[in-house]
Write a protein that binds this ligand. Structure first.
Ligand code: MV4
Length: 445
């Protein structure tokens, strides 16, 4: 096992990783920007190194500074968390070349899954269902028109180097295709430095259901069931839950097996997530694989009792999984609400000083957060300031527990999305599990 790990991240995920390290008896090194000197991850780590100026590009994305910090502190491994460098194959490769273990999958796996066409191709080879679509990039409008006629409208144009919904365009008619095709390519170029796009049949009103994968370096791959992340706004997840309220045990087994087979096919060795769309008729289709730990991993931890970060670190250290598929039991129901420092009316950032703070508690309540009373939420980084997670025997009880915990949560001085979540917990369709990825867009709160 490692003696010391550097955490190349900030906020709640840096804390989450530090906590896992402490329980594993591993020393921790925090890195921070000059704006983050008062951040909790710096206070809780055994050591800390300043790596640059406030903009992420100068600090949390500064590969040279991070590698240097690991070298001067003798850290044997780097945990990237999520975001920042977590899915940067080049960074994983540089770590490798410097003799530092990157706590995540191989650079090859990151690269493969980062190319959405290759990812689609790879999973189909083990029988994972995908939506009808192109096997290669679509270069011209004429080509796109032909493919769209073949597949049938509506279609969706996606960035090959993309993911997470950025630069996607839904096209309902041939007339609107030329403009949307050009826009999709331009947005892909701007966001990912690569204008390549591909086309898929557009699935109407799907649920977003993803399978958590756990793999080691000895060929063992298991899944920890699914999360339903259908409550999103502009491709930002806001509420996630486990299990999915409409998934049967047999469908869970089928999707889980697909995810495991796909991970085995590529020789996957870390934690990861296979994202699927689940349509109104219970058909599922592979979307993409996230080769990192995700924001919403706690709901899976709550229903399985498995510490995903600890397992990820153990796996990176070369230890075999301690659990087999049949040891995985899904018990009860968990819900996570992302609390953002945002004006809930517009979802626009609301950074500033917290002038009063009280966190909820009690049975089945978990708060993953790195903020505290009198802490100043910075404008430089993501606006998520806390994840409120509840666990209960049933979904109905979990919703009531979440509503209760949200009522207890006091954050003064800045605007937050707490009131938004209170409205959702009180929404009839949400209570009935009757949601899809278009739920929030249709809802007028
Ligand atoms: C789709 C889709 C419908 N049909 N692909 C959005 C995020 C990215 N991972 C894939 N996304 C979608 N891909 C086809 N062929 C609808 C979405 C989508 C979506 C998916 C999950 C959660 C929220 C969403 C919101 C809008 C669109």
């Amino acid at each position: 096992m490692f003696h010391k790990i550097l955490i190349a991240n900030r906020g709640e995920i840096a804390l989450r990783i530090i906590r896992a390290c402490k329980e594993l008896g591993i020393k921790t090194v925090a890195v921070y920007s000059t704006a983050d000197s008062e951040a909790l991850h710096v206070k809780l780590a055994d050591q800390s190194v300043c790596i640059g100026l406030p903009p992420s590009s100068a600090s949390y994305l500064n590969i040279k500074a991070i590698i240097s910090a690991a070298e001067v502190t003798d850290a044997e491994a780097i945990h990237p968390g999520y975001g920042f460098l977590a899915e940067n194959a080049e960074f994983a490769e540089i770590c490798q070349n410097c003799g530092i273990t990157f706590i995540g999958p191989s650079p090859e796996n990151i690269r493969l899954m980062g190319d959405k066409i290759q990812a689609r191709q790879t999973v189909t080879e083990v029988g994972v269902p995908i939506l009808p679509g192109t096997k290669s990039n679509v270069m011209t409008v004429d080509e796109a028109q032909k493919i769209a006629e073949d597949i049938g409208f509506p279609i969706i144009i996606k960035a090959t180097a993309g993911g997470g919904g950025k630069g996607m365009k839904v096209v309902h008619s041939p007339a609107s295709l030329p403009n949307l095709f050009a826009t999709a390519r331009a947005e892909a170029k701007a966001a990912f430095g690569n204008s390549d796009v591909y086309i898929e049949k557009f699935c109407e009103r799907p649920r977003h259901v993803e399978i958590q994968i756990l793999a080691d370096q000895h060929g063992n791959v298991i899944h920890l069931g699914e999360r339903d992340c259908s409550i999103q706004r502009r491709h930002q997840k806001l509420i996630e839950e486990a299990p999915c309220p409409v998934l049967s045990a047999s469908l869970r087994k089928k999707m889980g097996t697909c995810a495991v087979e796909a991970a085995k096919k590529v020789g996957y060795t870390s934690v990861g997530t296979m994202e699927f769309l689940l349509d109104q008729d219970q058909n599922f289709y592979f979307m993409e694989m996230n080769t990192r730990v995700q924001v919403e991993h706690p709901v899976t931890e709550m229903v399985t009792g498995i510490d995903i970060i600890k397992e990820q670190i153990r796996s990176a250290a070369g230890l075999p999984l301690r659990i087999t598929q049949k040891d995985v039991k899904i018990s009860g129901h968990a819900i996570e609400c992302r609390i953002n420092a945002e004006d809930p009316a517009k979802f626009s950032p609301s950074p500033g000083k917290i002038e009063g703070y009280h966190t909820p508690g009690g049975l089945g309540v978990r708060v993953d957060s790195a903020v505290y009373d009198q802490y100043t939420v910075l404008p430089h980084y993501d606006s998520m300031i806390a994840k409120l997670i509840v666990h209960a025997d049933t979904r109905a009880e979990a919703i009531r527990r979440m509503a209760r915990a949200l009522d207890e949560y006091i954050i003064e001085g800045i605007k937050t999305t707490i009131s938004f979540h209170q409205k959702i917990m009180d929404n009839k369709d949400f209570m009935e599990g009757n949601v899809d990825t278009g739920f929030l867009e249709r809802l007028k709160l």
